[in-house]
Design a protein around this ligand. Structure first.
Ligand code: SAM
Length: 276
């Protein structure tokens, strides 16, 4: 008998893939966790039925959420990832030799454990001595740390459940306070095709807190619409005006040219961030 998994990406649209094997399911304190082995994307992590990452396309999202902000800062030493329990963002952060300490503030310890067990290619850097895993609410973690981080990466689930507060202006103000003098943050900010209103609100909220706000795009086949947005709030460095040296670093999507190209936006996305 054939087994198929469908994520309802919107109430009217789904992505469906054929499943080889169900490797793990459990209900944690926060969410339903599933790891499926699929024919098209390899092993896949889903939380509450929503695809978080897959072995085949994870490199796009993790490289773009990490390297764009890290190459924008000329000397990132202390980095915080909020969410990101699969470890993919941390793996990319630790490719930067300047990074002395990378903190992961993930609310659900079970996501970290399950990822270590079933997604070792993604979670492989979580045991690096420079990585410190803190299980708890990222909102509280940020409120308790002032002026400490050069780069903060908000690698969250969609704005549902415990992630709702990660999309509010109050949280962006806490991020501002948690960053060092010239620090910057990036957040995954959903699909321009299906979340235009949300992106417009996020962009406005961030630009009311940070002097520099920039949105960029990447192509992730398993995320709704395939086109994904990320938004940077920066105290002083502008991500479109950077010198990048990737010598000795192993990447599959990110290049210095792509860093710049990712900020070139289609007209409809420009209109979203203009609020129109
Ligand atoms: N790349 C993914 C995406 O866009 O679908 C996100 C991956 S990562 C698995 C998201 C993580 O954010 C989840 O493990 C979830 O538990 C965590 N999370 C949600 N709300 C959080 C909060 N308030 N504090 C810390 N972590 C949170």
């Amino acid at each position: 008998m054939e087994l198929w998994f469908t994520e309802k990406q919107t109430p009217e649209l789904g992505i469906t893939c054929k499943v080889k094997d169900v490797l793990h399911t459990e209900k944690s304190q926060y969410q339903q966790i599933a790891v499926l082995d699929t024919y098209q994307f390899g092993r896949l992590l889903a939380l509450d039925g929503i695809i978080q990452t897959t072995i085949c396309d994870e490199f796009v999202y993790h490289e773009m959420i990490a390297h764009v902000p890290l190459f924008t800062h000329p000397n990132p030493k202390r980095v915080l990832v909020i969410g990101g329990g699969d470890g993919g963002a941390i793996r990319e952060v630790l490719k930067h030799k300047s990074v002395e300490a990378a903190y992961l503030a993930e609310i659900d310890g079970r996501v970290v454990e399950v990822s270590k067990q079933y997604l070792p290619e993604i979670s492989c850097a979580l045991d690096d001595p420079r990585c410190h895993v803190e299980i708890g609410d990222g909102i509280k973690f940020v409120q308790e740390h002032k002026g400490e981080f050069d780069v903060i990466i908000v690698d969250s689930t969609d704005p549902i459940g415990p992630a709702v507060g990660l999309f509010h202006q109050e949280f962006y103000r806490s991020l501002y306070d948690a960053l060092s003098d010239n620090g910057l943050f990036v957040a995954q900010t959903e699909s321009p095709f299906y979340n235009a209103g949300l992106i417009s609100d996020i962009y406005r909220s961030i630009s009311e807190v940070f002097p520099i706000t920039r949105l960029y795009l990447a192509h992730v086949p398993t995320y709704p619409g395939g086109m994904w947005s990320f938004t940077i709030g920066s105290k002083s460095y502008d991500p479109i005006d950077v010198r990048i040296d990737v010598k000795g670093m192993d990447m599959c999507y990110y290049t210095p040219e792509l860093h710049k190209a990712a900020f070139v936006l289609p007209e409809f996305v420009k209109n979203i961030i203009k609020g129109g």
